[in-house]
Design a protein around this ligand. Structure first.
Ligand code: NDP
Ligand code: 2IT
Length: 449
């Protein structure tokens, strides 16, 4: 890792000391701090009133027991989290992750990223994140329902349309949001649509929310390519993951004329040089909740599955990591560059390791950090909140046009901020500084809170 700027070094040490063992959280803080030295040098007031120390201390962290009954009648226990990071710009907003790897450090890294991401959207939303170390894989639908109900039984004390508005993330999609919304409605006796986003279309959801993160990632990528006179048409892309973000990233790349030749899940990856058959992928992943190996089996004809190696061994013009944190390492970055990669655009949160990010920057490869490029999901969540507040419902075209316009604004704002601070083309600095100044200005206006 590179060293953080002098002014921020002691604050970073304090963050590490106060949050022992939370390596992903340390990584997320350091990545932001590496951009902030220039801001404080130029505008020293941002370094005062313990503003940065306050930004690194969540406003509230809730950890709770989630007991539930499995199908055999056994009592199971999981640990639930909700970290309410920063509400200077609006109610806490951010997803819920259900995955066995979830712990406080992971929820805090995600919540910290969310604060900056949400500021970049320009929408009135603060940042938060939550989840549980629950593993939904292989669980029956009624087990998922009982888990979600138990999780919401506690979470309901902490959320609300003006307080904290969760949504999905890994392992949490429309089905889980439905069970949680049902439980919240039952407990409060209120049809409070604005308490959760990612809802179904016939019970308060927004069109395009399902597609939003993937589509938004590709809208950002297209803007970034445009700055170099490039386009997606005819380009070869690799997209890791095969969940919500990956599927709609693939869909939009294909719509814009690109060819996605590989995708993955935690078992391995498939390569299909004809281009991924999206209908088949959706049938396997959205229809049957199956494994990616099934794709090669059903497609036959040249597609193959590999359980060893990494997906980044597959040569491509464009790399879109859309699975999970730290999935693309320095070794992978090196190989991608040897294979001539033109751009790397993060659909997941923090999927590239610090070493990989540094290598892309040194080689001047176009690189979009997730907190800017994957902001389309939370943007459309905020659009869902707007529709809920006005009891309105917009068409797909209206909503998609708003999403595309906001993604272009985020791109342009990051690019302009990077220019302003003397780092043209550095979207990492642009996103970190651009998000920071918006949150910091609001925090300053609201007093010492
Ligand atoms: P899903 O649960 O729909 O899909 C996750 C995908 O990533 C699956 O293919 C999964 O494989 C794979 N994956 C997850 N964990 C691992 C792991 N430890 N190792 C290898 N593969 C893994 O989640 P999403 O698509 O919603 O989320 C993907 C990423 O995008 C996450 O980083 C999330 O934080 C981020 N994100 C999501 C947003 C949203 O709106 N949903 C918005 C912005 C960012 P398997 O099924 O085998 O576990
Ligand atoms: O990481 C993210 O931005 C999300 N999981 C979506 C958050 C949201 O509130 O829609």
């Amino acid at each position: 890792m590179t060293t953080t700027d002098d002014a921020l070094g002691p604050i970073y040490s304090q963050v590490v000391h106060r949050n022992p063992g939370e390596s992903e959280y340390h990584q997320a803080v350091k990545e932001v701090f590496d951009s902030l030295g220039r801001v404080i040098a130029k505008q020293p007031h941002y370094g005062q009133s313990a503003l940065i120390e306050r930004l690194c201390e969540p406003e509230r962290q809730v950890i709770f027991r989630v007991p539930w009954l499995d199908d055999q009648g056994n009592v199971q226990i999981n640990r639930g989290f909700r970290v309410q990071f920063n509400s200077a710009l609006g109610p806490y907003k951010g997803g819920l992750r259900f995955h066995p790897s979830v712990n406080l450090g992971i929820v805090k890294f995600l919540g910290f990223e969310q604060v900056f991401k949400n500021a970049l959207t320009g929408m009135p939303i603060g940042g938060g994140k939550g989840g549980a170390d629950f593993d939904p894989k292989g669980r029956a639908d009624m087990e998922i329902m009982r888990f979600c109900q138990s999780y919401m039984t506690e979470l309901s004390r902490h959320v609300g349309e003006y307080t904290d508005v969760p949504a999905g993330d890994i392992g949490v999609g429309q089905r889980e949001i439905g069970y949680m919304f049902g439980q919240y409605k039952r407990m409060t006796n209120r049809y409070e649509s604005g308490v959760l986003t990612g809802k179904g279309l016939n019970w308060g959801g927004s069109r395009v929310r399902r597609e939003a993160t993937g589509y938004g990632t590709v809208y950002f990528l297209a803007e970034m390519l445009k700055t170099k006179g490039l386009a997606l048409d005819g380009r070869k892309a690799v997209v890791s993951g095969s969940g919500n973000v990956a599927i709609y990233t693939i869909e939009k790349v294909q719509q814009l004329g690109g060819r996605v030749v590989a995708c993955s899940d935690s078992d391995g990856f498939v390569v299909d040089n004809d281009g991924i058959d999206l209908n088949l992928l959706k049938e396997i992943k959205e229809g049957r909740r199956g494994r990616i190996a099934k794709y090669a089996e059903l497609k036959g004809n040249g597609a193959h599955f590999s359980s060893g190696g990494t997906i980044w061994d597959v040569a491509c013009d464009i790399a879109l990591p859309c699975a999970t944190q730290n999935e693309l390492t320095g070794r992978d970055a090196k190989l991608l560059m040897q294979n001539g990669v033109l751009a790397v655009c993060e659909g997941a949160n923090m999927p590239c390791t610090p070493e990989a990010v540094r290598m892309f920057a040194e080689a001047e490869i176009l690189f979009a950090p997730g907190k800017a490029s994957n902001a389309g999901g939370v943007t459309t969540s905020a659009l869902e909140m707007q529709q809920n507040a006005s009891r309105d419902s917009w068409t797909f075209e209206q909503t998609d046009a708003k999403l595309a316009a906001i993604m272009k604004d985020i791109h342009d704002y990051c690019a302009a901020t990077a220019d302003e601070y003397g780092l043209p083309g550095n979207y990492v600095a642009g996103a970190n500084i651009g998000g920071f100044v918006r949150v910091a200005d609001a925090m300053s206006a609201l007093g010492v809170i």
